[in-house]
Design a binder for this molecule. Structure first.
Ligand SMILES: C[S@@+](CC[C@H](N)C(=O)[O-])C[C@H]1O[C@@H](n2cnc3c(N)ncnc32)[C@H](O)[C@@H]1O
Length: 303
């Protein structure tokens, strides 16, 4: 695949007629694509978000002890859909040095913007809500993580079908999703309510992340395995808990402009709620969690 695929920016970032956000366009810095309707993700594409995603990746690895849940032995062609900063792609290249790893996202990672095409993996800019720009059976391991806040309700079946289509027969498709923090205290509950209101305005139902196994089965995958877990939020969860508390407080802070624009909330009210959320975590009164939903399945071998 030629390296200049990553530069397909204008083509990839165009509005998707079928899934253009119905709600008022939001201005999200670095994500002009949101305004154009190509993506429903409302967190700015900037250095704060880059650092947050890399930190979240570390916390996930520390908690689960692996980057890979499907029983892949020797994958040769790996695809990460909505790969964000490319951190998972880089980790997979280290784990499977012989593999060709591709990371696809609607926005170009900042280090790729700044330094050019990465050496460890191929970056492709494309919209996961449209047909994927890969031929059938192009990869033997396809992964998508944390797309649930950018996935319109009606798009789940089509997107997962595309993941199955680009997987080779006998290859594995893996979905790792989450929900917003729960049981972390009243301020966090308020943030959950606002987040769900904002999601609803953008045709998103975050609770559908819990159905990743069903989406895989409905898309024709076999040998589907499902697992749910919960990352701790706060000091009670040790280092992972501390990292996740920071991660989740950061993502809500980064989404503040979207709360103001989308829900018409007063910024000072959101800031006060965020400060209260920080205090709830610091006091250690609650044992908050971030629910995680994992499913993997195989594209069937057909004669
Ligand atoms: C929460 S981040 C997860 C990034 C990465 N999967 C990880 O686990 O670190 C969500 C990512 O989805 C990307 N995204 C949102 N909508 C998208 C779309 N329609 N097509 C492709 N990528 C999209 C965002 O740009 C962002 O990088």
């Amino acid at each position: 695949m030629p390296w200049f695929w990553w530069w397909r920016r204008n083509k990839a970032a165009g509005p998707s007629a079928s899934v253009a956000a119905k709600s008022r366009p939001l201005f999200v810095p670095g994500r002009e694509t949101v305004a154009a309707g190509a993506s429903h993700y409302v967190v700015p594409h900037d250095h704060h978000e880059t650092n947050r995603l890399d930190l979240q990746h570390s916390a996930m690895h520390e908690y689960f002890g692996t980057h890979v849940f499907a029983p892949v032995a020797d994958p040769q062609r790996i695809l990460d859909v909505a790969g964000g900063t490319g951190v998972w792609a880089k980790a997979l290249k280290e784990q499977f040095p012989q593999a060709q790893v591709t990371s696809m996202d609607v926005t170009v990672p900042l280090d790729v913007q700044e330094k050019g095409p990465p050496s460890a993996y191929t970056f492709v800019q494309a919209n996961a809500l449209e047909p994927l720009p890969f031929p059938d059976a192009a990869f033997d391991y396809v992964h998508m993580r944390f797309m649930f806040t950018a996935m319109p309700v009606t798009m789940w079946p089509q997107v997962v079908r595309e993941l199955v289509r680009v997987t080779t027969p006998g290859g594995w498709i893996e979905l790792v999703e989450a929900y917003v923090p729960r049981d972390a205290g009243p301020a966090w509950t308020q943030l959950e309510m606002w987040a769900n209101q904002l999601f609803a305005l953008r045709d998103i139902d975050a609770s559908l992340a819990s159905q990743v196994g069903k989406f895989l089965r409905d898309a024709g995958a076999t040998q589907v395995h499902e697992r749910s877990d919960a990352l701790p939020l706060g000091a009670y969860g040790g280092r992972v808990g501390q990292l996740m508390a920071l991660d989740m407080a950061s993502v809500y802070r980064l989404a503040m402009p979207a709360f103001v624009q989308g829900l018409g909330l007063d910024q000072r009210r959101i800031e006060a709620t965020l400060s209260q959320a920080d205090a709830e975590v610091q006091r250690g009164e609650y044992q908050g969690i971030l629910p995680i939903y994992i499913a993997f399945g195989q594209r069937p071998n057909r004669a």
